[in-house]
Each structure stands twice: as C-alpha cells, then as structure tokens.
Design a binder for this molecule. Structure first.
Ligand SMILES: Cc1cc2nc3c(=O)[nH]c(=O)nc-3n(C[C@H](O)[C@H](O)[C@H](O)COP(=O)(O)OP(=O)(O)OC[C@H]3O[C@@H](n4cnc5c(N)ncnc54)[C@H](O)[C@@H]3O)c2cc1C
Ligand code: FES
Length: 326
C-alpha cells in the first residue's frame, strides 16, 4: 500500500517497505545521512504530518522525541506523512574549531569549543555538521566539562567526504554545527568515590577515542578497580597516543595499556598478535568485569559474542560500532 510523503512543498508516493530516507534519496533529494541503520542519527528530520513510529525514535534524547524528530532511515509510512529538515536553532549548537592536528599518518585530532552549553558524557558521540551539510558521528575522547572543549579523533578515509573536508577546508576559528550527544557507552559509577569493578576496554584505530574519554572519566571519578586498555592496529604506524598512554600507565597504578599489532615484527612498544585473543585471555582472569568495545563493527560484534561466552554479563558490555556510510 502506498501513502503520500510531503516534503518541501511537494508530495511523493511512499511504499510501506521503503524508508522515508530512501524514498527521498530515490527522488534525487539530498537528505544528510550515513549509516542507514538507526545508529548515527545523521538522518534526523521533523515529522510535521502524521506521527513518528516508535522505531524511528529509538536512542533519541527526550527533547528530540518531544519535538517529533525521527530517524528518517528507520521511519516507514503507516499513514500519510509530512517531514521537514530540523530547525537548526532548536537542534544544533555552533562550535569553533580550536585545533586540528595529526595524531598519526591517518588520524587527526579535532578540538571544538561550543558557543553555548552542550552537555556531553565522555564516550558518547555527537554529530558533526560541516558548512556544506555533511553529517557524521564522532566519539568524545576527553572530559569536555573539565577541559572546556570537545576532543575528537577522526580517521581520514581516502575519498571520505568528511575526512576530505577536514584535510582541505577545516581551519582554526572556522565554525561547524554540533548535534547530540547520543550513545550509552560511557562510565557508570555504582557508588560515590572509588568503584572497584575491573574495566577492560578494547578497540581498533579511532575506537580509542571513546575508550580514552571513558578512562579519563573513570579516573576522574576515583575508580580504584583495574582499568585495562587494549588498542589494536593492523601495523605499528596505525597506533597513536602511545607515549601519552604509557605515561598514564606509569602515573596510575590501576591503569594498564597494551598496544597490539596484527601485522608487524615484534617491536619494543607493542605486542604482536590478535587483540581479540588478548582480551579474551585477560577477561578469563577477572570476576565481574565490565567491557567497553568501540571501533570497527566486525571487531565489536565478534568481541561482544566472545566476551559473553567467556562469562561477561551482557548488561556489562558497553559498545559503539563505528558503522560506515551507505
Ligand atoms: C556511533 C558512531 C561513532 C563514530 N565515531 C567515530 C570516531 O570517533 N572516529 C572516527 O574516525 N570515526 C567514527 N565514526 C565513523 C564516522 O562517522 C564516519 O563514518 C567516518 O569518519 C567516515 O566518514 P567520511 O565522510 O570521511 O567518509 P564517507 O564519505 O562516509 O565514506 C567514503 C567511503 O568509504 C567507506 N567507508 C567509510 N568508513 C569506512 C570504514 N571504516 N571501513 C571501510 N570503508 C569505509 C564508505 O562506505 C564510503 O563508501 C563513528 C560512526 C558511528 C556510527
Ligand atoms: S541513523 Fe539514519 S542514517 Fe544513521
């Protein structure tokens, strides 16, 4: 059965099994989007005729739900619908670029200062919106409330749209828009002053970004249990922040750092091997561990399964898969 979809003064037929996003893209209308899987939130629209379905609002913050915002990739018509782009005044804040610098051969650190209040929790992700309306999700690698800025680690993918903008156009004191935050992968304290549950954090490439934010947050909360970070890479040059993380492991007796390289000869600052194997072996030695997994979707999904089979309760597995654009 087909319904009507109103957008920007026009009406389009919409099939029940085709999402609002795909219906508009099929008409040649450029709606910002990325994962098409209900995760990144880059495809948000406001529903002005009809009602957003429950599935199209999963993971949205309460204020967005109240404004009838919906994820257009998860919105399927059960009645006639009308949508419009978000009112950026309500949904977005402007931020100034205060630093862009290389962390290794393909990862850039981007520091942003929001011009108004923008509450976030380290480890959550935000939508970064460029002046030409490319929208992508990035995870928070610091404690913005303490530092006064938001730090992101962005892997530059050849021909990637946002990566190319960052390399060629982003300049200090230029501005971008931010939306969010979203995500449930962050440190949760069970009690005031000094939780003792063991934490194991594993990721590849820029999966380090949210993990580093979570580690800083746990230490700031006075976490006294062990905190073990495993950072996996294909080759040694893909690792980054190695000195900083080694220094932290010297300063904090409960923090350990294991950089791990799949294709490399044994080096003096990393282990050669499969990060998944190392993590599984480590978890087996722990009781009641909480596991944080971020980065490549394959790694996150495989590790979730292995950790569960190794006895980690699913409520204690926190994760964010960095789904690519489709
Ligand atoms: C919840 C969430 C959090 C994220 N956090 C981070 C983060 O902290 N740091 C970070 O660097 N990225 C993060 N990402 C990924 C990020 O949002 C972008 O997808 C990524 O930066 C690529 O954007 P782009 O515009 O440069 O490339 P695009 O223009 O989107 O991609 C160009 C082409 O490359 C393909 N592609 C994109 N990514 C990959 C990949 N990883 N492997 C293989 N092919 C790919 C695309 O499918 C497309 O064909 C996150 C994603 C999600 C969903
Ligand atoms: S949530 Fe819709 S494109 Fe990512």
């Amino acid at each position: 059965m087909a319904f009507n979809l109103a957008y920007d003064g026009n009406s389009y037929p919409i099939e029940e099994e085709v999402s609002v996003l795909d219906t508009l893209l099929n008409q040649g209308i450029d709606i910002p989007h990325s994962c098409k899987s209900g995760v990144c939130q880059s495809c948000l629209v406001e529903v002005v005729v009809g009602e957003p379905t429950e599935a199209s609002q999963v993971g949205l913050k309460a204020t967005f739900k109240a404004r009838n915002y919906a994820l257009s990739c998860c919105l399927f018509a059960k009645e006639d619908l009308g949508i419009r782009p978000l009112n950026s005044e309500d949904a977005e804040v402007t931020a100034s670029i205060i630093k862009v610098e290389a962390l290794n051969h393909n990862v850039l650190r981007l520091c942003l200062k929001p011009e108004e209040e923008f509450d976030t929790i380290p480890g959550q992700y935000i939508n970064l919106i460029t002046p030409d309306n490319i929208v992508r999700s990035y995870s928070i690698a610091n404690i913005p409330g303490v530092d006064g800025y938001i730090e992101l680690h962005i892997r530059v993918i050849p021909n990637g749209r946002l990566g190319s903008w960052l390399l060629n156009e982003a300049k200090p004191w230029g501005s971008v828009k931010l939306r969010g935050p979203a995500g449930e992968c962050f440190y949760v304290s069970d009690k005031e002053g000094g939780d003792d549950f063991p934490m194991v954090l594993a990721g590849t490439s820029t999966g380090l970004a949210p993990l580093y934010g979570i580690i800083k947050d746990a230490l700031a909360h006075g976490h006294i249990g062990e905190i073990a970070l495993f950072h996996g890479a294909l080759q040694p040059e893909d690792l980054y922040l190695v000195d900083e993380l080694y220094d932290l492991s010297q300063q904090q007796s409960n923090f350990s750092y294991t950089p791990c390289v799949l294709n490399g000869s044994e080096g003096d600052f990393y282990i050669c091997g499969d990060v998944q194997q190392l993590v599984v072996e480590h978890i087996a030695k722990l009781k009641e561990a909480r596991l944080y997994l971020c980065g490549a979707p394959d790694l996150v999904n495989a590790m979730k399964k292995k950790a569960f089979l190794s006895g980690v309760a699913s409520k204690h597995i926190y994760y964010d898969a960095f789904l690519p654009s489709k």
